[in-house]
Each structure stands twice: as structure tokens, then as C-alpha cells.
Design a protein around this ligand. Structure first.
Ligand code: PLP
Length: 449
């Protein structure tokens, strides 16, 4: 690719002058100017190419610039670039039909939003109106989005500055055997004790006050803690027992990420509401939504649903979703995530863990993996403290810098790196990424004791 450092400098200068970035101290960031992207790679203006092991923000499940999806967006733009949400529009109808075809159980009605956070907002509103109850239970170590309600159900430090305390949210602990809150030593103990803890939380909060339990099917940004088999089925039972709406957030885990269309398929559970975004169209145009079960759809059969968006089911976003879902089916993208995950990524990560003392835990499934980095494998002390910033975060910063220097763009959150490349990744690309990870982990090893 041609380099043009001057053009890159201009892009960067305008960014620094005028773009206000998410989650950042504006004067302390140094965003890379990106010149282009294709498949699993992107590149800057200086000729550096990166293998994207983060899939952007874990959303480019089909990789960058898939020609069929780009063409579908162009075609839709030429035919009908936009149309108001109250009308029946071909791209919107077809996207909803295709999504409903893949969602589990009777999640057959689709409410479209602009992204994941507003999908959570609407799912919780539906649950509250459906039950007539005020509260929502959600997990610590979770992320559900940046809007007010979504950030209040979030269980990570991004909630703290916006915690209203009036959002009717109660947090509980979900299973996480590596750092068990329940003194568990086996997956089965963790599962049973986490369910007991949840049922006690329900009892003490008052079952009649709880509208919804919301969980990421597999918590993503918080650490890819694959729940023990039986946990989500147990939550389903508790929801049925107490008349609580079960909301699964599949914004990150959905659309192939786990090697299934939805992570719920891995555990054979059907929630009452399921949120999605990201992979639905690989983020080529912003889109999210809520898949709605028959009984909740019925609540709004004769009574209006009090919510909406100007761009609900935007034709460009929906055309991108139709093309993405069709590409995923035609090109076996979901199976690829499963096969390359099981045959290359998982054994590769376990082999790295065996050689690098900084790797405390390897966990995941499909194209959804976390390496938890530790100072000491015995004590499991994290390589950096929870929510570390600045100097305290230096070991993770050094790890990330080493990965980038080796042509790998890593996903880093606290003391973890997540291996979450596009679901279309080839075996050769996966191996290339693992080799770069190997070098970067040697840097992390220097901080172990
Ligand atoms: N839910 C989950 C599980 C997510 O991972 C995210 C984003 O990372 C969201 C919700 C919020 O989605 P968005 O950023 O599109 O609002």
C-alpha cells in the first residue's frame, strides 16, 4: 500500500483539533490515523499493517470491506437511501426475517435500534412494562453500553461516573471460577453456588419488584467468562419461577463470534428478550436491536409500545445486515469461527500459556478468547491492579506496544488481552497472530515475580 505520511498527519491534526473521543482524556490520547482496511488487516499512512485481533471493537465479524456487503450498501443507497420507520421497507422486512430465522425459540419479532446500548434501553423498558415491576438485576463484571440505563446496569468502572443510584439496578455475581466469589473449586460448585447467590438476591430484593435479569450470554469486555453448563438454564428456571423477564445481551457474543449464530445456542437457552448489534452487519452501518418473544410481543399487541427511533431499521443498515447474514451463511463464516477457534486458536493459546509465566488463565470458545495476565500464577495476582491507569498500567501498555510493533493490533482490557479476530480469519492469519502474541507475551513475562 502506498504511504502518504503527510496525508496521515493532516488526518491526525484535524482529529486532535476537533474530534472528541469516547472514554478518553482528550489531551492524553494519540489515535492512529488509519488509511484503509481489508479482511483481517488495516494499515496506517506510514506503511504499517496490522492484523486486527480486536475486530475493531469486536464487531467486524466478516472482516473489513467485504465486497458483497459494500455492494449491497451501494445498491441500497442508489435505490432508497432512507425511509421513515413507520413504513414497510424491503431491506428492513428482509433483515428482520433473516434475524428471526436465526434467533433461538420464539424470538420472532425484531425492534431495530442504532446500536447495542439503545437495544438494552428498550429491552429493559419492555420488561418493566410487561411485568409492571421496577427493578433490574445485572452482573458485576459486565458491559451493556454507554447510555444512562445501559451504563447503570453495566458492572465495570465505566458505570461509576454516571451511576444515578435511582436506576433501579441491583448487581450480583455471575460465575467466574478463576476468581470465584463462592470459594468454588469446580465448575459445578461455581454453577450451583452462583445460582444459589442469585436466588438469595432475588428473595432479598423481593421477587415482585424485579422486572428483568440481564446477562451477557458470555460476558465480553469484562473477560470472556464462559459460564458453566447449567448456569444459564438455571437462570432461565429462576426467571420462570419468579415471573422475571430473562434478557440475554448478545451484542458482542452474537452473530458467529462463539462459533454459533448466537451464544445462547451453545447453552440451549432461550431468553424472553435478546439484544444484538455489532456482528449483525459487522458494523458497516450502525445497527442494533431487540429480538422479542411471543409473550412480550403480545403485551404490545393492542397497546402501543412507548418507544422509538427516527432511524429504527434504517434501510442502509438493514441492507448491510441482509448482505452480512447471507455472506455468513454462504461462506460458512460461523463454522470457520468454530473450526479455526478449536483447531488453531485454542491449542495455540494453550501452548503460549505453557511457555509464558504471565499467562494465568486461557478461556473462551470460537473466536472469543481471553488471556488473563498475572504477576504470579500461584497467587493469581493480576499483572496490573483492577482499573489501573497511568504508571500502574505500564505492564499492559508495554505488552500492547510490543504486539503493535509486531504487526498485531490487540484487544486489551485491564489485565487481559482478548483474542477476538474476525470470524473469517484464515488458519495462516491466526498462526501469524499467535506468533506476534508470543513475542508480546515475552514482554509481559518481564513483569512477573
Ligand atoms: N452490550 C454488550 C455486551 C457490548 O459489548 C456492548 C459494546 O461493546 C454494548 C452492549 C453496547 O453497544 P454499543 O456500543 O453499540 O452501544
Amino acid at each position: 500500500h502506498q504511504t502518504d505520511s503527510q496525508a496521515g498527519a493532516a488526518v491526525k491534526a484535524a482529529d486532535r483539533a476537533h474530534v472528541f473521543h469516547s472514554w478518553s482524556a482528550q489531551e492524553l490520547i494519540d489515535p492512529l490515523a488509519v488509511a484503509g482496511a481489508e479482511g483481517s488487516y488495516f494499515w496506517d499512512y506510514d506503511g504499517n499493517r496490522y492484523l486486527d485481533f480486536a475486530s475493531g471493537l469486536v464487531y467486524t465479524n466478516i472482516g473489513y470491506q467485504h465486497p458483497k456487503v459494500v455492494a449491497a450498501i451501494q445498491e441500497q443507497a442508489a435505490t432508497l437511501a432512507t425511509f421513515a420507520p413507520a413504513f414497510a421497507v424491503e431491506a428492513r422486512s428482509e433483515a428482520a426475517r433473516l434475524i428471526a430465522e436465526h434467533t433461538p425459540g420464539d424470538l420472532d419479532k425484531i425492534f431495530f435500534t442504532n446500536g447495542g446500548a439503545d437495544a438494552i434501553e428498550h429491552a429493559l423498558r419492555m420488561a418493566r412494562i410487561h411485568t409492571g415491576r421496577p427493578k433490574v438485576l445485572s452482573a458485576y463484571r459486565s458491559y451493556h453500553g454507554g447510555t444512562q440505563q445501559a451504563v447503570n446496569v453495566t458492572g465495570d468502572p465505566r458505570r461509576w461516573p454516571s451511576d444515578t443510584g435511582t436506576a433501579g439496578v441491583v448487581h450480583f455475581w455471575a460465575p467466574y471460577l478463576y476468581r470465584s466469589r463462592f470459594y468454588a473449586e469446580t465448575e459445578q460448585q461455581e454453577c450451583e453456588r452462583a445460582l444459589e447467590h442469585l436466588e438469595t438476591t432475588i428473595a432479598f430484593e423481593g421477587p415482585g419488584t424485579i422486572a428483568a435479569i440481564v446477562l451477557e450470554t458470555i460476558p465480553g469486555t469484562a473477560g470472556i467468562m464462559v459460564p458453566p453448563h447449567g448456569y444459564l438454564a438455571g437462570v432461565r428456571e429462576l426467571c420462570d419461577k419468579y415471573g422475571i423477564v430473562f434478557v440475554l445481551d448478545e451484542v458482542m457474543a452474537g452473530f458467529g463470534r462463539t462459533g454459533e449464530w448466537f451464544a445462547a445456542d451453545l447453552f440451549e437457552v432461550t431468553p424472553d428478550l435478546m439484544t444484538f448489534a455489532k456482528g449483525v452487519n459487522s458494523g458497516y452501518v450502525p445497527l442494533g436491536g431487540v429480538a422479542i418473544s411471543g409473550k412480550i410481543a403480545e403485551t404490545f399487541g393492542k397497546r402501543p409500545y412507548p418507544g422509538g427511533l427516527t432511524y429504527s431499521g434504517h434501510p442502509l443498515a438493514c441492507a448491510a445486515a441482509v448482505a452480512t447474514i447471507n455472506v455468513m451463511a454462504e461462506e460458512g463464516v460461523v463454522a470457520n469461527a468454530s473450526v479455526v477457534g478449536a483447531q488453531v486458536i485454542e491449542p495455540g493459546l494453550r501452548e503460549l500459556a505453557a511457555r509464558h509465566p504471565s499467562v494465568g488463565d486461557v478461556r473462551g470458545v470460537g473466536m472469543f478468547w481471553a488471556l488473563e495476565l498475572v504477576k504470579n500464577r500461584e497467587t493469581r495476582e493480576p499483572l496490573v491492579p483492577y482499573n489501573a491507569a497511568g504508571e500502574a498500567n505500564a505492564p499492559m501498555a508495554a505488552f500492547a506496544a510490543a504486539a503493535k510493533a509486531n504487526g498485531l493490533w490487540p484487544f486489551v482490557n485491564m489485565n487481559r488481552t482478548h483474542v477476538v479476530p474476525p470470524c473469517t480469519i484464515t488458519e495462516a492469519e491466526a498462526k501469524e497472530g499467535l506468533a506476534a502474541l508470543d513475542t508480546a507475551l515475552s514482554v509481559a513475562d518481564e513483569y512477573t515475580a
